[in-house]
Ligand binder design. Sequence first.
Ligand code: ADP
Length: 758
Amino acid sequence: MSDHAVKVEPDHTTASSGDKDYVVVTEELVLDTSPAASLSPPVPSCVPSAAGVQGSATPLASKDKARSRSKMGRDDRSTEGKVNTDIGYAISTHVGKHLNRLRGEKVLQIKCAGRAMQGKQETNGNSNGGSTHHRPRDRHEPGNKHQRKKKPVTVDTSKAKTSLEALKMSIKQLKWKEFPLGRRAACDIYWHGTSFHDNDHIVSGQVNKFPGMIEMLKKINLSRALRTMHELFPEEYNFYPRSWILPDEYQQFSAQIRGLKDSGAAAHRTFIVKPDSGSQGEGIYLIREASEVRLAAGSQARQAVVQEYVQRPLLIDKLKFDIRLYVLVKALEPLQIYIAKEGLTRFCTEPYQEPNHKNLSHVFMHLTNYSLNVQSDNFVHSDSQSTGSKRTFSSVLYRLASKGVDIKKVWSDVISLVIKTVIALVPELKVHYQADIPPGKPGPTCFQILGFDILLTKNLKPVLLEVNSNPSMKIEHEQEVAPGVFEYVSSPVDEDVKVCVIRDTLRLMDPGLNKHGHPPPAGGGGAAQQGTVITTKAGPPDKAPEEEPGDGLPTLCLKQVYPKYTKQFQYLCLVDRIATLFLRFLGIKGNMRLGPTAFRTFIRCCKLSNSNLPMASVDILYIDITRRWAASTQDSREAGMGLQAFVEAFFQLAGRRSKAALLRDQVASLLEVCEAHLDGPLSALPVAAAVSLEDRRSLSRGRAMAREASKLSPSSSSSSSTTHPPPLCSPAAPRRAVSHDQRLQRSRHGPLRTNLEN
Ligand code: ADP
């Protein structure tokens, strides 16, 4: 890390907290802010009452003892009878009753009307579904007293890796059947530790990873996806620090710092450099000058993101901390998102100071990663949820509430952030999904638990740091139980949070339950009121069956937020609509790039070509954009136009056609034109297979055209970063894409770099 001396200036990201989208978390979240209550640690209500627990209060001495003790702790707590009254947001169906009792007392209430989720066929990912497994229809059917003996749901855990222990506990609690070595016959659920491709050749059931999620959540691709959304919706997408992609955008980053210096505004700015596929804080450093970026030369240049550093985070006990929230993406089409009601907070182990030349390299002060801080002597392992270096999110909220913080608003902003982020990711995920599991071919459906890392600024604005495709589900940690003697001991805080998340994810993915599906999106996707306050009040008891535990299990710890809040966020789905067009012209042959013929076909079908846009210009547009994106893609084995390049082309076409001032209006107007010409709202299904075949032939022709065009177009004749500096808020180069076969190949022969959990 650098030791450069630079003065400190207020962090702009902390200066505004005006996020217009105020989602009232309409959940049974109850928070008693009375001082007495603040002494009681919050307890998530997710430990099954049936779980047999016992133990002693002996300090951690061995793995088994530690486990016993942690279980004892939870048992004790659950018998205190305070779970639903004085805790941060232990969610329970009983909370409603307590609300009445507590009304008039100093209580913050966040209520929720659940939603019935019956009666519709569910799709997941692609609308083809694909599951060939059929569970008895009566599974979990409420009120059915004469259920036939249920066949237990089968789970292949052979690839679960480090989530295995939490997974085993979950399966046991559900009384499902585990296949630790895999199974010849198909299983209902496959639990993968790393990626969709951990097990190849799955043709049915459900897999806990989406194809392409790892790639999408690498720092560069996440930054690009959020940047595109920021370009369309600057106010809505102001929760991600401004970022530049290295090495491509080094010049722009440099210019930005120079500009800030010239205006006298840069004096105290700090930036954080993060390697593209890094995790657990690896390779991260803070800088104050562009010259401090450690760029290796030529092809060795390591791809990274440099990002504005949030200089004034919210501190607790003078320590910086971040929030890990678990989010379940249950399906892409229609989009279904659940947020775990409990999360973790990870604390630094050295008191925080705003960055200065002396402390820039103080890892334990600036980075909240568990994997780093656990190495500090100051790290505190605690069985309590509200003390130590890892605590529950509810305990932090609880503490904030006791100081008068409007935690309802904090939660609501966090939920907004999560929904908006997933909306930004979905379009590209759909392209991956279609490439890996083409419609009409047998294949599994997918779901995935993501780990959102969020920082709260001093003025309580949530900032997204990153999203982990493979969040650690470990429930043990290594501890020195005697001098020099290390053992794995159970971590009660981790166990309480993570087992609930896995178990309830499984419950939501129960194939029997899914037979009944979910209702259509709230409001049926009607006209969205943009940026409005979500003020759903607790309503009639229309809970989803999945939220009504009829099997002795606790209330789900995962709360649906989408489609529940579709109305408030659907207007943000412009890129998703562009992706639907893209998919339609892509074909179903497993490719992820559009060829020149397909692009021409798109232009023709949507009748976009006219005297102002002759087909020759269309070709040049295609070549120009595709070449530029390919130039900054290290692996461009698959030629053609990826989704992000297509989005850029679409933006350009929209700008040419519309006089509207705002890009989002230009884009919306062009989408309407395209959709009208393609017979109403698009479906992703009618893809142009024929076009795809033709394109394979014409891709080589396209390369020749590119050479021609480079002669015609002076702007496309040299390197992308110099002649076409991607504007800071435009989609830049496409993510690395390889063909379906190549992806399979890679998954078989080389572990993905991102198999590190984070
Ligand atoms: P990794 O995947 O390596 O953990 P992260 O993006 O999560 O990378 O960053 C690691 C840590 O660095 C975060 O947990 C957080 O404490 C800190 N951090 C990351 N980005 C920022 C930022 N923009 N401002 C302040 N702190 C940050």
